[in-house]
Design a protein around this ligand. Structure first.
Ligand SMILES: Cc1cc2nc3c(=O)[nH]c(=O)nc-3n(C[C@H](O)[C@H](O)[C@H](O)COP(=O)(O)OP(=O)(O)OC[C@H]3O[C@@H](n4cnc5c(N)ncnc54)[C@H](O)[C@@H]3O)c2cc1C
Length: 183
């Protein structure tokens, strides 16, 4: 799950790049600079984390992030900050293509935001779907099935890479979030 809010842009002496990511016991967070005045701050966790409900209110973020190195510097309580929650899990459609239809983008495959694959995957599936439609019209009856098979293989490979990335974080072996994130 993702919990996002907009915060005033804040220059941090230890952060050089417009995007900063840090993991913590209950999940991980990202600060992305949107403009000279605004950043978007998102925390990710999952329902295996017994404290996930606390992520919904920005006033709880200082407590949640108390043991982080840098994220805590951005979690100052501010009354007017609303947090928007949403799903951010990996997913694959039960069927990616059928008779005269095919799924593209997140509707076909959705990737964990840690991968940063979302937008490029959407563009990739669009391009592939267009080629498959062209082949189908040119009498390749299996073109849509081949498209689906290709995406299935990509997702299987992606899951292995994603799980490996989460496994690399070993500081909290008993954390329900990190345990669940690797499966
Ligand atoms: C918190 C979070 C952070 C992310 N960060 C990144 C990142 O840093 N980099 C990255 O590349 N990706 C990121 N992603 C993923 C990225 O946002 C998606 O992969 C991408 O937006 C998928 O594009 P899409 O066009 O397939 O689907 P969407 O962007 O979801 O577009 C689908 C559209 O269809 C509309 N719709 C749905 N149902 C209907 C209907 N029945 N009729 C008409 N319209 C309908 C929806 O309202 C929506 O506008 C992130 C995702 C989340 C949740």
């Amino acid at each position: 799950m993702a919990f996002s809010c907009h915060i005033p842009y804040q220059k941090h002496p230890a952060i050089k790049h417009p995007v900063f990511i840090e993991s913590f016991e209950q999940g991980w967070g990202i600060i992305s600079t949107l403009s000279a005045t605004q950043s978007v701050f998102t925390l990710f966790t999952n329902k295996e984390n017994p404290g996930w409900q606390e992520f919904r209110k920005h006033e709880n973020w200082p407590k949640i992030l108390a043991n982080t190195t840098l994220l805590k510097d951005f979690s100052l309580p501010h009354e007017s900050i609303n947090v928007k929650g949403g799903l951010a899990n990996s997913s694959k459609a039960i069927a990616i293509a059928g008779q005269n239809w095919m799924a593209i983008g997140d509707a076909a495959l959705a990737f964990d935001p840690l991968s940063s694959h979302g937008i490029t995957n959407s563009l990739y599936t669009i391009q592939n779907a267009a080629s498959a439609i062209e082949n189908y019209i040119n009498n390749s009856a299996t073109a849509l099935n081949e498209y689906a098979q290709n995406l299935n293989e990509i997702f299987d490979q992606y899951l292995k890479t994603k799980n490996q990335l989460y496994t690399n974080e070993r500081r909290w072996p008993h954390s329900p979030f990190w345990q669940a994130a690797t499966t």
